[in-house]
Write a protein that binds this ligand. Structure first.
Ligand code: IVH
Length: 676
């Protein structure tokens, strides 16, 4: 069957089940028997399993019931529910520990204790208890605001409804994971693609009676807001959870040293297949709450925790061809076209080869038999070549020295930070000159996280490009709709819709715009930081005039790599032209500042010299946490110069000349009601 026909068949089934759902859930009058309904559900799920291109928001694998999310009230988390950074290797862990020791200004041999907790792959929930009673339960939602699913959480036996213990805090959000045990999932296998979907679906049922039918479990592992919690470390907290009647993971351990973390990781990975719940890694949390507090958060993840992910599923296949793809930053990525193979339920036919060096190092050639690995949502990649199976006279793969799209020379840049040549080969053209880069840039510009223009997908970008309707981002807002209406596949209505979607997005936030420009190394988080720093499009654009690139290093989270990349961006005249054109066409919204009234509000600080037991990063984060600002040079704007051991003379003298207050570490900490 052709792809189109399969999709048609699938769509028909989805429409049918939507109709059944509507009559059952909205009108409470089923129009088919349970058996017929379950049969249809099974057919849909089987189709999705067989053809991985089939996806629908209305799929029974995604939802249970009819439009569940609309049925819940939203509520804010008093303390946000954060996510975790990932580690995949020993090096990642060493790095993690090094960063922490540096931040805390400790010696290299300082022993850090971690609570190592197997990471259950389920759905997180936050349970609010007041005076020992469960009063509300929220889903994670976007981390700031969740759905009120109290009714459904109430049906879970593992969740205590009242906790009489004397030492239970007056108020606390107990957080943990809702999941289904593998043995219980066996019985639900026909209805859901995996245990996680099953848990998520049943947790968001409209009717708690439906949730009750599914054997959901809960294990607790952290907390959000609290008042009256009397423990000072994670491991004691986990023990307390047990005393209060919560289930905790029996495999949790207190460990110090990266070496021991790895031993435990290997040990648990071996046990993994025999566990009755799915785990996808191990979470390491600094045990000491006081240290956790000092470390704080970056963006939406804590500095004091990391998830060490397990590697995943592997399979053997054959390389049919090697294609070179060109990304929006000009990177040439080799992709292996492999004989399609099912890995962990997903049909894989492409595997990334990362870069030229990787092909050389692993000596990967067309025709080779290879082991392919697919880990989580990451693109599958080639692990190794089976050299015994290599046929005679197979040629080495020669990486193109010219860009396959525009013919420009391909180059490997020298990275001034690592002092090495990049592994990635790039097209050396100036972005918009190279067709492939240009098209990729435009795809990024309209993509979901950037301008998010409804109905303006990748295919349309490619099509409009070919037809010379768009070349630069600004062209999107100057489209010739009369021309489009005459194109095949376009009608009055679809053109109207497109016009509407585009016009709707003419009002855009500064952060989205910066992100949409596709500057290398400037992802969503960095774009947000930059937008907060610049506060207006004008200031951002002026960077090319003021040349104050190094000031950007003051932004927590922005490093040399990002600064160099921004510099490069402004060094291309075409990029500046695009900014000017966009400015004419768009209404750019300034960032909204959360008005925080910290102790250091409206105060500017600069540190010079070495402080005692306090790293630069921590001072900065202390200042910013309390609504202050750090700057990099002495100007009139500066309010306080904090001096440590061996301060820069020049800075102290300029501060004196400008009559700026000069304080030491203790005086600074006193401003925050702290002592060193
Ligand atoms: S702590 C601030 N502990 O992992 C720390 N999370 O990517 C964040 N998870 O959404 C939560 N086991 O669903 C924590 N022992 C554990 C966990 C755990 C699983 C999940 C949780 C969270 C995600 C973070």
């Amino acid at each position: 069957m052709k792809k189109k026909e399969i999709y048609k068949k699938y769509k028909e089934k989805i429409n049918l089940i939507t109709k059944f759902n509507k009559s059952y859930f909205e009108k409470s009058t089923p129009i088919v028997s349970d058996i017929e309904y379950d049969e249809l559900k099974k057919e849909i799920i089987n189709l999705e399993k067989e053809y991985n291109f089939l996806k629908s928001k209305k799929s029974p694998a995604e939802t249970v019931g009819y439009k569940p999310s609309k049925n819940f009230k939203k509520a804010l988390h008093k303390t946000p529910m954060l996510s975790l950074a990932n580690a995949f290797s020993k090096d990642d862990l060493i790095n993690f520990e090094k960063k922490i020791t540096n931040f805390l200004s400790k010696k290299n041999d300082y022993k850090i204790f971690y609570s190592a907790e197997p990471k259950i792959d389920g759905i997180s929930a936050s349970l609010t208890y007041k005076k020992g009673n469960l009063i509300r339960g929220l889903s994670r939602g976007d981390g700031k605001e969740g759905e009120d699913i109290t009714g459904n959480l109430n049906t879970i036996e593992d969740i205590p409804k009242t906790i009489p213990s004397r030492d239970f805090p007056e108020e606390i959000d107990i957080r943990g994971e809702v999941f289904i045990q593998n043995s219980d999932f066996e019985k639900l296998k026909d209805k859901f693609a995996n245990p996680r979907n099953a848990a998520s679906g049943s947790l968001r049922q409209k009717n708690p009676e439906d949730t009750k039918k599914i054997p959901l479990k809960f294990i607790a592992y952290t907390f959000g807001f609290e008042k009256g919690l009397k423990v000072d470390n994670q491991f004691d907290y986990l023990n307390k959870l047990g005393e209060w009647g919560f289930k905790t993971n029996p495999l949790n351990k207190l460990i110090s040293g990266v070496k021991n973390l790895i031993t435990n990781y290997v040990d648990i990975e071996k046990k993994r297949a025999n566990l009755d719940f799915d785990i996808d890694g191990i979470v390491y949390k600094i045990n000491d709450f006081a240290l956790q507090k000092r470390l704080g958060n970056v963006a939406n993840a804590p500095r004091w925790a990391i998830a060490h992910k397990f590697s995943s599923n592997k399979a053997v296949s054959e390389i049919k061809d090697i294609e070179i793809q060109i990304g929006r930053t000009g990177a040439l990525t080799p992709v292996a076209k492999i004989k399609p193979i099912n890995i962990g339920g997903v049909l894989v036919s492409n595997a990334t080869l990362h870069n030229e060096d990787e092909i050389k190092r692993k000596d990967i050639r067309i025709g080779d038999t290879v082991t392919v690995e697919r880990a989580g949502d990451v693109i599958p990649h080639i692990l190794s070549v089976d050299f015994k199976k290599r046929k005679k006279n197979v040629q080495r793969f020669v990486f193109p020295e010219k860009c396959p799209s525009c013919g420009s020379k391909t180059i490997k840049e020298f990275n001034s930070i690592t002092r090495k040549k990049d592994a990635v080969r790039r097209c050396s053209s100036e972005g918009y000159f190279c067709e492939k880069i240009s098209v990729e840039k435009l795809k990024h510009f309209v993509s979901k996280e950037a301008f998010n223009i409804d109905g303006f997908g990748k295919k349309i970008v490619e099509n409009f490009w070919k037809l010379k309707l768009i070349k630069f981002p600004q062209d999107i807002f100057k489209l010739d709709y009369n021309k489009i209406q005459k194109l095949e596949g376009w009608g009055e209505l679809s053109v109207e819709n497109l016009k509407y979607s585009i016009n709707e997005k003419k009002k855009i936030s500064l952060e989205k715009l910066i992100y949409a420009l596709g500057i290398r190394h400037i992802g969503l988080e960095n774009a947000k930081l930059l937008s907060k720093y610049f506060t207006s499009f004008q200031n951002f654009k002026n960077l090319s005039v003021t040349n104050k690139y190094n000031d950007l290093l003051n932004i927590d989270g922005i490093g040399e790599t990002q600064v160099n990349s921004i510099k490069n961006f402004f060094s291309v005249p075409k990029n500046f032209e695009v900014l000017i054109e966009l400015e004419k066409l768009l209404t750019i919204k300034k960032p909204i500042f959360e008005k925080k009234n910290g102790l250091l509000k409206d105060k500017f600080f600069l540190v010079t010299g070495k402080l005692y037991n306090l790293s630069r990063a921590e001072v900065k984060s202390l200042i910013e946490e309390n609504s202050g600002t750090t700057v990099s040079s002495v100007t009139k704007k500066l309010n306080y110069l904090i001096t440590g051991e061996k301060p820069t003379k020049r800075k102290v003298e300029s501060a004196k000349a400008l009559k700026i207050k000069i304080i030491n570490q203790d005086e600074f900490l006193k401003m925050l009601n702290k002592t060193s």
